[in-house]
Design a protein around this ligand. Structure first.
Ligand SMILES: NC(=O)c1ccc[n+]([C@@H]2O[C@H](COP(=O)([O-])OP(=O)(O)OC[C@H]3O[C@@H](n4cnc5c(N)ncnc54)[C@H](OP(=O)(O)O)[C@@H]3O)[C@@H](O)[C@H]2O)c1
Length: 333
């Protein structure tokens, strides 16, 4: 097998200047690791967009290939935990951050970062979900495990047209929840309804009255993907004993909140960290995504690109105006 492959390479020719080009790399350029995988598909996540433009919160060392997600076939595994030809998913840990990632046709990683593709999902479907799907599913899992049930009322999802948000809407609808989607793109209402939202509201509607310490108790549960004022407004408008999950920071890293929702309504705020999620929980969630939570509308939720098409998606994502999740096809790149 050739040791050369195509990859998106981010370079830093001078301070604060980052370039992105599709180049030929060699396996010898990759970091050490037991597991070599021929990547078939990856997907574009917000972290990848940050890494691609040199955000030091994600990646400090360049040249670098981003891509926190990869699915493909095992080429070799030095510790025997996988066999050549096994289909595997590798997401997060350090992949695509300081470790060259899935926007390359080969990755070399520690074998403990990989899990076998669950039965019921293809490699392509697994990357239509990717880290966004895993994060959405971990968020839904927290709601379910903490007693949020469809009969208790509507579940709110913020950043609803985004990767995590749209997959959370679809999974919640699939398992019988009434979902209210919050979006900055009301023109996407038909799309959000097509993936399962019962109601679609704009950000201003959610934020109305947010200067007050508490808002009308409305949501049985919340999947928040944005942080900031919107997360504060969702916490203030969650019902007694409701659950709010928090995974994202696109609006802000701060939460301007007071203690009333917690001490007067028993609202629970739960953080979601897909990157360091233990392998046992990760495997269980992927199995659910391949079976009872399997989405039949995934194709319409993604836009497939080759490596050459990643740049345009990165720019749209950083502006908050990306409309469909980016599926990256490495086989055709
Ligand atoms: N904790 C974890 O394990 C984990 C895993 C994956 C992602 N994340 C984080 O989750 C967030 C979402 O990731 P993603 O991949 O879904 O990103 P994404 O596809 O870019 O989606 C983010 C969505 O948030 C909304 N949004 C953008 N800017 C906003 C703003 N200033 N105020 C309010 N809403 C805004 C937009 O949706 P609308 O236009 O529909 O409102 C946008 O589509 C990111 O912060 C990411 O870093 C965390």
């Amino acid at each position: 097998m050739s040791t050369e492959f195509k990859a998106l390479l981010v370079e830093q020719p001078e301070k604060k200047v980052f370039t992105r080009t599709v180049v030929t790399r060699s396996i010898d350029d990759l970091p050490e690791g037991e597991l070599v995988v021929k990547v078939h598909y990856s997907s574009l996540n917000f972290k990848d967009a940050l890494s691609a433009v040199g955000n030091p919160g994600v990646t400090r060392n360049f040249p670098h290939t981003p891509g926190i997600d990869a699915a493909g076939e095992v080429v070799s595994c030095a510790d025997g935990s996988f066999q050549p030809g096994d289909k595997v998913i590798v997401t997060s840990y350090d992949l695509g951050m300081e470790t060259d990632g899935g926007f390359g046709q080969m990755i070399r990683v520690p074998s403990k970062w990989a899990l076998k593709l669950p039965e019921g999902l293809s490699l392509k479907e697994s990357m239509m979900l990717g880290t966004a799907g895993l994060t959405a599913a971990l968020s839904v899992q927290e709601l379910v495990e903490n007693g949020v049930t469809p009969d208790k009322g509507s579940v709110l999802v913020t950043g609803a047209t985004g990767g995590v948000g749209s997959l959370a809407v679809a999974i919640l609808a699939k398992i019988g929840f009434k979902v209210t989607a919050v979006t900055g793109k009301l023109e996407e209402t038909d799309y959000l309804q097509s993936i399962g939202a019962e109601r679609v509201i704009d950000r201003e509607t959610l934020l109305k009255g947010n200067e007050r310490p508490m808002l009308k108790p409305t949501w049985a549960g919340v999947v928040d993907c944005v942080g900031g004022d919107m997360l504060a407004a969702t916490i203030k408008s969650t019902q007694v004993d409701g659950v709010v999950t928090c995974c994202g920071l696109v609006a802000s890293i701060d939460i301007p909140i007071n203690v009333f929702p917690f001490i007067l309504r028993g609202v629970r705020l739960i953080g979601i960290d897909s990157a360091e999620c233990p392998m046992e929980r990760r495997t269980r969630v992927w199995q659910r995504l391949a079976s009872e939570w399997k989405l039949d509308n995934l194709v319409g939720m993604v836009d497939e690109v080759t490596l050459a098409g990643v740049e345009e998606k990165v720019q749209l994502m950083l502006k908050g105006s990306l409309k469909r999740r980016g599926l990256v096809n490495l086989l055709d790149s």
